[in-house]
Design a protein around this ligand. Structure first.
Ligand code: GLA
Length: 393
């Protein structure tokens, strides 16, 4: 059956208890949270200036803490399955010099956000982090941590409150301190997600359109393959480079500007791999616009068909799927009442997202469990709100 997700208040309680234990009985003054995300369609299109259609999840990262008078920062994570130390202490450089990434790795997201925070200088602080976003599961645990830390810093030393600039600063943190040249999708939806809505984000203009998604006859099921192949790290920057190369050969600023006709006209100037990468992106951008339209009309069959086309293209043209994700999608699609299913996120493991009729949820979970060669985890989710300040009562 589907796994329960701890509530935000349970996470806050846990973080608070740890804070009081670790920091000598003192109570935290601030609490914030920011969600993970699932992308419904529009994969590997964000760094090509295209469209994406994610929604924020009920799984969140919580930060509780207090501003201190000095320059020192102490952070503890309650996450138990990290192999690294769960506490880090460092001093904020007083001369504005950069905070270098190092160990533990999880602290690099915090350092990156401190570095890129838009209202410098960042004051000293103590904080505890707790999260219900599965780590490394492709549901943006890192973006939710970045956005939660940024939201925390906003309570200590407010910036101008520009939400898009906040997402961009968190994306920068990921680039410089985690070494992942990601697009804007994860941080954007973690900041701007809305309850009962998916977000159609135009990654060129950085404008978003809310698409209602609260039909009670519909369920959004996330299935975690619980595998993560080691390719993820090296393949993502390679894909990004291939797309930039394709755009440059086509004489375009990005693949967003290119049509399939442009691509076919230049086919003999592209090697086969670059051609296939570009084709996925150009068609996926188009599929994402169509899918958003279909969702607005409640045309779930069309939406589901586009999801499957997206998955097949990620598998065959973009080559970022893997056997486990393909198995999960194939199993889901065997159940009557399932509209569509696809891998979600960067690929090479992580999760699939499936859209189905609410009344077939139990049957679908059972069927996937039976057919999948690994051991999956299931989450039944609803579109949730973006980053928030929480009351500490
Ligand atoms: C990762 C990145 C995103 C996006 C997806 C693929 O999640 O962080 O920016 O590129 O992969 O769609």
């Amino acid at each position: 059956m589907a796994s329960p997700v701890p509530s935000v208040s349970e996470l806050v309680q846990e973080a608070r208890r740890t804070y009081e234990q670790v920091f000598g009985g003192e109570a935290p003054e601030v609490a914030v949270c920011a969600p993970g995300r699932v992308n419904l369609i529009g994969e590997h299109t964000d760094y090509n200036q295209g469209f994406v259609l994610p929604m924020a999840l009920p799984m969140v990262t919580v930060v509780v803490g207090t501003r201190t008078s000095g320059q020192s920062v102490s952070i503890v994570t309650v996450t138990k399955d990290v192999e690294e130390p769960n506490r880090v202490d460092f001093n904020l450089p007083s001369d504005g010099s950069p905070l270098s990434p190092g160990h533990p790795k999880w602290a690099n997201y915090v350092k990156g956000v401190v570095q890129h925070y838009r209202a410098q200088p960042v004051p000293g602080f103590r904080a505890v982090i707790a999260s219900s976003v599965p780590l490394g599961g492709g549901l943006s645990s890192s973006a939710s941590l970045e956005v939660a830390v940024y939201t925390f810093l906003q309570q200590l030393n407010p910036d101008d409150g520009d939400k898009v600039a906040k997402a961009v600063a968190c994306q920068q943190a990921e680039h410089t301190h985690a070494g992942v040249p990601c697009g804007i999708m994860d941080q954007f939806v973690s900041v701007l997600g809305r309850e009962a809505h998916a977000l159609l984000i135009d990654c060129r203009s950085l404008e978003a359109t809310l698409v209602p998604l609260s039909d009670p006859s519909l369920v959004i099921l996330i299935t975690n393959s619980n595998v993560k192949h080691s390719l993820t790290g090296s393949e993502y920057p390679t894909r990004r480079r291939q797309c930039e190369e394709a755009a440059s050969i086509l004489g375009k600023a990005s693949l967003r500007e290119a049509t399939m006709k442009d691509l076919e006209d230049s086919r003999d100037r592209l090697d086969n791999v670059t051609y296939r990468r570009a084709r996925h992106v150009i068609e996926e951008i188009e599929r994402t616009s169509q899918a958003a339209e279909a969702l607005k009309r409640s045309s779930y069959k069309i939406f589901g068909k586009l999801m499957v086309e997206s998955h097949n293209s990620l598998r065959d043209l973009y080559e970022v799927s893997c056997r486990e994700l393909d198995e999960l999608v194939a199993a889901a699609m065997e159940v009557d009442g399932v509209y569509g299913s696809r891998m979600t996120g960067g690929g090479f493991g992580g999760c699939t997202v499936t859209l189905l009729q609410a009344h077939v949820i139990d049957r679908t979970i059972l069927h996937i469990q039976e057919r999948y060669s690994g051991s999956p985890t299931f989450y039944v989710t609803t579109p949730s709100v973006g980053a928030q300040v929480l009351r500490l009562s």
